[in-house]
Write a protein that binds this ligand. Structure first.
Ligand code: CTP
Length: 399
């Protein structure tokens, strides 16, 4: 379950930091990719050299070193989970208040992945009301807590406050990732990218879609246990090896691939920017330049989403996209109903940073029961997570 999971391990100043070396070894052994961020006081308990050797990655401790700057934002986006183990009282207090005086806190405050902490402290500190308040507060931010254990403490006393053993933390993560597999056993069809409609052997009618949004959704679905078939229009984008991809060029080819795949899937998400019109005749040879103007006669392509909407069975879920420049909500709702989709994801080209080519997007989701889910501008990876979370909540929640 931890195979290829990206784990960002934050280590803070606590005697339990020595266990972080064993923890790192176990995580790597389980197939996870581990990157370590330490506070400077953690270095008093365990060396960066041990951790970089065990994690096979450089260990980061400072926001800046000589002439380089640690990109804390990218670290938080890279990870599938940020695990802070051990979590000291001091770092807990900073997390509760948002104090940002080191790299670990900068990563924490900018992390977009789930955050999990394994506290470690002496029993009296553990039972202090401030600790309780701070722990309660960080759970309201969505952070999850791996329970402390009872046993011998650094003070020599016996009681509660010991950090969970590395094996217990690894097991906790197994369960965590297992619970994230809400789409396990489900088959999902996704379209992404543009289509190119040939005019002659060297020219086509296309659009600016990069395929980034659809591929990010495919990757998120795979992470959540779904079995994805991605029908991808012409795009340079790299697709994760584990995703079955059918490469197509034209709207007609995309239609054929989708029509064939749809009957066997539980869910279809149509994020491709499909051409609405295609040349009636495709010239066999390159069209030569002439003195007169050239008129191309275009005919309508088949609407894939609408066709799948007409074929949909009661057990299938269909999600469409709407890309609009004006009257966004009205047009999106029209598409939702006229194409018999269950949900539609609107992105408006009026939002700066949203739409084709950007790494960010801003969406609003509408479902057919009248719910609206607006979201802020986010990276396409986060937007994909929002879309998949909304689909799961709406159609696959296990109560
Ligand atoms: N779509 C499709 N097949 C087409 C055209 C669109 O499957 N031939 C799907 C898109 O993948 C998207 C939804 O329909 O999920 C809406 O696409 P969009 O381009 O926003 O709208 P259109 O229906 O093409 O209408 P218009 O271009 O007039 O806005």
């Amino acid at each position: 379950m931890l195979q290829n999971k990206k784990i960002l391990l934050g280590i803070t100043g606590s005697i339990a930091a020595y266990k972080a070396a064993v923890l790192t070894r176990l995580l790597v052994k389980a197939g996870a990719e581990v990157k370590v961020v330490m506070t400077s006081s953690a270095k008093d308990f365990v060396t960066p050299l041990s951790l970089s050797t065990l994690s096979k990655n450089p260990v980061l401790t400072d926001l800046t070193t000589n002439d380089s700057w640690a990109n804390h934002v990218m670290l938080g986006r890279w990870a599938d989970v940020m695990l802070i183990a051990p979590l000291s009282c001091n770092t807990l207090a900073k997390m509760a208040t948002g104090l940002c005086d080191n790299l670990l806190m900068a990563v924490y405050l900018s992390a977009t992945c789930p955050v999990v902490v394994a506290p470690a402290m002496d029993e009296d500190m553990w039972h202090h009301q401030t600790t309780k308040n701070n722990l309660q507060k960080i759970t309201t931010f969505g952070n999850q807590i791996i329970p402390v254990e009872h046993g011998e403490l650094a003070s020599g006393l016996v009681g509660e406050g010991r950090m969970a053993e590395p094996e217990a933390i690894v097991n906790w993560l197994h369960v965590f990732f297992l619970n994230e597999q809400e789409l396990s056993g489900k088959k999902i069809l996704i379209t992404a990218g543009p289509t190119y409609e040939p005019i002659d052997p060297v020219r086509f009618i296309g659009n600016h879609s990069s395929g980034k949004m659809g591929v990010a959704i495919a990757e998120e679905i795979k992470k959540r246990g779904g079995e994805v078939t991605l029908v991808l229009g012409p795009s340079d984008i790299q697709v994760n090896g584990g995703i079955k991809t059918i490469h197509v060029t034209s709207a007609a080819e995309m239609f054929t691939a989708c029509e064939k795949t749809f009957p066997s899937v539980d869910l279809a998400i149509m994020s491709a920017a499909v051409a609405d019109y295609t040349p009636v005749d495709v010239a066999k040879e390159k069209i030569k330049k002439a003195d007169h103007d050239l008129a191309l006669t275009l005919t309508k392509t088949k609407d894939i989403l609408k066709t799948l909407g007409s074929l949909k069975t009661p057990n299938q879920v269909l999600v469409g996209f709407a890309l609009e420049t004006n009257n966004e909500k009205e047009f999106a709702l029209q598409k939702l109903h006229s194409k018999n989709a269950d949900m539609i994801v609107l992105n408006s080209l009026q939002d700066a940073g949203a739409g084709f080519g950007y790494d960010t997007n801003k969406i609003t989701i509408f479902d057919k029961t009248g719910n609206t889910y607006p979201f802020d501008m986010k990276s396409k990876k986060e937007v994909a997570r929002d879309i998949v979370n909304t689909i799961i909540q709406q159609f696959y929640a296990k109560n």
